[in-house]
Design a protein around this ligand. Structure first.
Ligand code: TTP
Ligand code: MG
Length: 613
């Protein structure tokens, strides 16, 4: 495989950008890029300045022509015009150059900040706990990592560089007008408090509207994502009409919220323009009065008119900036909700083991519940498993078998009692270490849309010789199946390749766990969706592989568990019986009942098969 080196972006821990003051938080996000932002703002300011000067000079010339004055330059008319033309060209180049520079800088900084933000979020989300992931809708997370990051990108590339222009134009034009006449200067900015008030009013409303809009968008993407993942269920139950109806309702709600958001924006503009229009009118009247009173030169009047247009511009844009910043702040808040989540400590642990575990596991009165207030899923569980032994779990559905084995890699933390691994409490081990020591075949294994080879070698993270991969696949009784695919081990799994059956998936997952060669192996119902013959095949292979490994095996057939060193019979979160196959058969309990039923069914089945032939 060819690997291209990606230019690095300086990494940044966005947890440092957590702040109760969102604006400050956003400023912190800009760390490392603040100088570039200042430069971009300076460049936009200078570019606006050039534009302003061009239009002022034009207006001055125009006024001079109307008033019949000589052009305000010495020399012949031709020379004056030449200089003017050159001046305009220079200004145009100046304006364009700085505008380009500002654009480049803004693109560079905005894209870099959001790129490292996305990198950070992906990394961070990988490290969040199982509990967080099982509670958070995938669609909502996707929405935040894409749409909200994009809103921030727009904020950085558009709004955040507008400040320079506003400050430059305001200071220069206000200064110029105040220089003409200080009363006129003051009269021209009376409007600012009103504009601020209007902007803040809209800021609040747009914030709320945008929050609601994003929430709804997340809901819609969750609906879409779930629908696509569960497309088989939808089709099998012929519930398309219901799903379409549900989607349309959510979409309609999004439409309404989007309309409301746009309405807020579109109300703001005319309102602020009316206020600013009144300001201009008032200014013109006031300036006329000053001229009549002889406090202002007639020839300064057109200059004032030009200046005031350039003064209104930054005031108008200040309002716009305030209102638009609200969306950036909302997205910042939504992203920080993810950033704020505690990470699962992976390498930290009071006990730092060196070398592999032996695999002795002791449960002492272990209790467990998923959520505070929820009833206990595991109650008072105690047993001892010596290194290399196999423990089998048997029990009705929902009795807590999966929950029990999931405590071992610390996917969840037990809430009572103790679990000891090689004499050290599980909570003291670093999670990453435990997970390296444990190979797990989940009840519903997940395969990536990559080649079968990549799926099998997933857990080892290194190049593995073909012979080793094949050995694992053989042990999992999947080698022959893989060879029957056109591209063998390079066959893609999933959307772009073959669709594997449930049993085939499980066997690929078994191969994946075996290749890792873990000291502790967990097989959660791994043979449930394979036929009896294949099961026997896998069981034989597993029996060999289970030697020297501590194994937890969850199964429904007595045959799969009878060779275990210890069998735990579970019911409603409790271990109701415990012992070897022989011991349990002696007892009058659930195990014997299951045994009797299963042997009876099998005997009947054999009879039936015999009668057919
Ligand atoms: P499991 O431990 O999943 O039960 P099981 O593995 O014995 O069942 P099966 O044979 O069907 O695989 O569930 C025990 C209880 O815990 C059950 O009431 C559901 C609950 N539970 C949660 O609340 N959250 C979870 O994430 C899981 C996995 C289970
Ligand atoms: Mg289970």
């Amino acid at each position: 495989m060819t690997s291209t080196t990606i230019p690095t972006v300086s990494p940044f821990d966005f947890r440092k950008a957590l702040s109760s003051n969102k604006l400050r938080g956003i400023l912190k996000m800009m760390s490392d890029y603040r100088l570039a932002y200042l430069a971009a703002n300076l460049a936009t300011g200078l570019s606006a300045l050039a534009k302003m000067i061009t239009s002022l000079v034009l207006l001055r010339l125009f006024a001079a022509t109307i008033l019949g004055e000589r052009p305000p330059f010495a020399g012949t008319l031709e020379r004056t015009l030449l200089w003017l033309a050159l001046g305009f060209v220079f200004l145009a180049v100046f304006e364009g150059g700085f505008s380009f520079l500002a654009g480049r800088l803004a693109a560079y900084t905005a894209e870099s900040i959001t790129r490292r933000l996305r990198d950070f979020l992906f990394d961070h989300i990988q490290r969040l706990s199982f509990a967080y992931h099982s509670k958070t809708p995938t669609g909502d997370l996707i929405e935040r990592v894409t749409s909200d990051v994009d809103t921030l990108r727009r904020f950085f590339s558009e709004q955040a560089i507008g400040i320079g222009r506003i400050v430059f134009l305001f200071v220069i034009n206000f200064g110029a007008i105040a220089y003409l006449n200080w009363k006129l200067g003051l009269a021209s900015i009376i409007v600012i408090p009103f504009i601020l008030a209007v902007s803040v009013w809209f800021f609040r409303r747009v914030t709320k509207a945008y929050e609601q809009y994003q929430e709804q968008e997340a809901k819609l993407s969750t609906t879409l994502q779930e629908n696509l993942t569960g497309v088989r269920v939808v089709k099998a139950f012929a519930r398309q009409a219901y799903e379409i109806d549900k989607f349309e309702k959510d979409n309609w709600e999004k439409y309404l919220r989007g309309k409301h958001l746009l309405l807020m924006h579109s109300l703001f503009w005319p309102l602020s323009d009316i206020v600013l229009g009144l300001q201009m009118l008032g200014g013109f009247v006031f300036a006329s009065l000053l001229v009549i009173n002889g406090e202002l030169n007639v020839s300064d009047y057109p200059v004032y008119v030009a200046l005031v247009v350039w003064l209104i511009w930054p005031i108008r844009n200040l309002g716009r900036l305030i209102v638009q910043t609200s969306t950036g702040l909302v997205s910042y808040g939504r992203l920080m909700e993810i950033v704020r989540q505690e990470r699962e400590a992976l390498t930290e642990g009071r006990f730092q083991p060196n070398g592999p575990v032996r695999g002795e596991i002791i449960f002492e009165n272990v209790c467990f519940q998923y959520d505070d207030g929820q009833s206990e899923v595991l109650q008072d569980i105690s047993f001892v498993c010596k290194p290399g032994q196999a423990v089998a779990l048997l029990g009705s559905t929902g009795s807590g078998k999966t929950s029990l084995v999931n405590l071992l890699p610390r996917f969840h933390e037990y809430t009572g009692g103790r679990i000891l691994l090689d004499g050290v409490e599980l909570k003291d081990y670093p999670r990453a270490y435990l997970r390296r020591q444990i190979g797990i075949v989940e009840q519903e294994p997940f395969l990536f849309s990559r080649s079968i080879r990549e799926n099998i070698t997933y857990g080892v993270g290194r190049d593995v010789p073909q012979a080793e991969i094949e050995a694992a696949a053989r042990a999992a009784a999947i080698h022959d199946v893989i060879l029957s695919f056109p591209a063998g081990y390079d066959t893609l799994v999933g959307e772009k390749g073959v669709t594997l059956s449930g049993g085939q998936k499980q066997r690929v997952a078994i191969a994946r766990a075996l290749l890792k060669d873990p000291r502790i192996l967990i097989l959660d119902d791994s043979t449930s969706s394979v036929d009896t013959e294949t099961e026997a095949e896998i069981r034989a292979a597993l029996n060999r592989l289970m030697q020297n490994r501590t194994t937890f095996i969850i199964a429904h057939r007595i045959q799969s568990v009878m060779n275990a060193d210890l069998i735990l019979v579970m019911d409603k979160g409790r271990v109701v019986q415990m012992g070897t196959h022989e011991q349990l058969l002696q007892q009058d309990g659930m195990y014997r009942q299951i045994y009797d039923i299963q042997t009876k069914i099998e005997a009947e089945l054999e009879e039936e098969i015999a009668s057919v032939f």
